[in-house]
Ligand binder design. Structure first.
Ligand code: NAD
Length: 323
């Protein structure tokens, strides 16, 4: 029998691309997309879509029962930069939504859960370079605190109740289909839009702020790889370190300049600089590579080429439509 999948937060940056990929793999009728609003019409119109409030247990349970869901990807969350503006809201959504899903799995309504963590679980006292899986973790953002606590709960529910929950500590994700939703690494997406539209970008981080990053295709592959791996292969039930590449704003700007020589970059750091300063520069993800054979594909040059060419096509198509 094919898996029946529910994606919660399917209109977002990662949820939307995950929905498309899962629909391709498992068939439209087996992949139910849901979100708190109809904010992404490509998702709403491309298959079954339901309004689900991740903070509301009944709302989630009704949808799971309606479609006889066995696997949930919980992508709804408030991210790092937005979380600093609305700490209570971030705590409530990020924690409540996870508890609802873990409790539904514990009560056997669902069999398998994917819940994303983040490099935000690390803090200023964590070793910055090639950050190990097991290390000091003292996050300084409310978002990082929710992810760290969430990881503990995932492991607890696995050990205590046998809940098959799997998790990845995503780095900053770069994509062209859907805009990012309020994170500290959003600059690495905005820069491509501005390069094409205005030929210049004023970056909210300093030129030498090196952060771990990943192209969306790699993030989706990692998510599907870990969820498809045999249960015994998943040895870490808190969350796996996951890495692809690391770069600074200057390095990504140089990469864009190699394709658009007249592109100009300036730097006006804001409150997000402090968040970035507290995060690792690079990540050691050897457990993921060893346990379920994780391998990334895209380096910075590949990402720059793909982002510029896909966004160019997207903007040209929109222009044609409006004429
Ligand atoms: P996003 O902000 O783009 O999308 C989140 C989605 O959740 C939005 O569509 C929003 O409408 C929805 N949502 C908000 N409140 C909801 C509610 N009450 N009920 C249902 N849906 C609700 O986020 P994203 O970038 O796609 O991130 C997905 C997950 O990956 C999050 O857990 C995030 O912490 C994690 N993550 C993302 C990144 C990244 O760079 N994008 C990095 C590390 C971890």
């Amino acid at each position: 029998m094919k898996s029946k999948i529910l994606i919660i937060g399917a209109c977002g940056q990662i949820g939307s691309e995950l929905t498309f990929k899962l629909r391709e793999l498992y068939g439209n009728e087996n992949v139910i997309a849901s979100d708190i609003s109809y904010s992404n019409l490509d998702i709403v119109n491309s298959g079954i879509f339901e309004i689900v409030d991740a903070e509301n247990y009944v709302s989630v349970k009704v949808c799971i029962e309606k479609y006889k869901i066995d696997t949930v990807y919980l992508m709804a969350a408030i991210l790092s930069a937005t979380g600093e503006k609305f700490p209570k809201k971030a705590w409530d959504l990020n924690m409540e939504s996870l508890f609802h899903i873990l409790n539904l799995a514990r009560a056997n309504f669902i069999k398998k859960v994917f819940w994303p963590s983040s490099i935000a679980v690390f803090g200023p006292t964590t070793p910055k370079d090639y950050t190990p899986q097991y290390t000091v973790m003292e996050p300084t953002t409310v978002y990082g605190i929710t992810k760290q606590v969430g990881e503990r709960w995932c492991e607890y529910y696995f050990k205590k109740y046998g809940v098959d929950v799997r998790s990845l500590r995503y780095p900053g994700i770069i994509s062209w289909k859907t805009l990012p939703g309020g994170g500290t690494t959003d600059y690495a997406v905005e820069i491509f839009h501005k390069a094409l539209n205005e030929g210049a970008y004023d970056c909210f981080l300093k030129e030498d702020t090196k952060l771990p990053m990943m192209f969306m295709d790699d993030a989706i592959k990692a998510t599907i790889d870990i969820m498809s791996a045999p249960k015994e292969a998943i040895k870490i039930r808190s969350s796996y370190n996951l890495a692809a590449i690391s770069f600074t704003p200057k390095e990504i700007a140089d990469s864009i300049k190699s394709q658009i020589p007249e592109f100009k970059i300036s730097y006006t750091p804001d409150f997000r600089q402090e968040i970035a300063n507290s995060w690792p520069s690079s990540i050691n993800d050897s457990y993921a590579r060893q346990d379920w054979k994780w391998k990334h594909q895209f380096n910075l040059t590949d990402i720059t080429k793909e982002m510029l060419s896909q966004l160019n096509k997207k903007y040209n198509a929109a222009l044609k439509k409006s004429n």
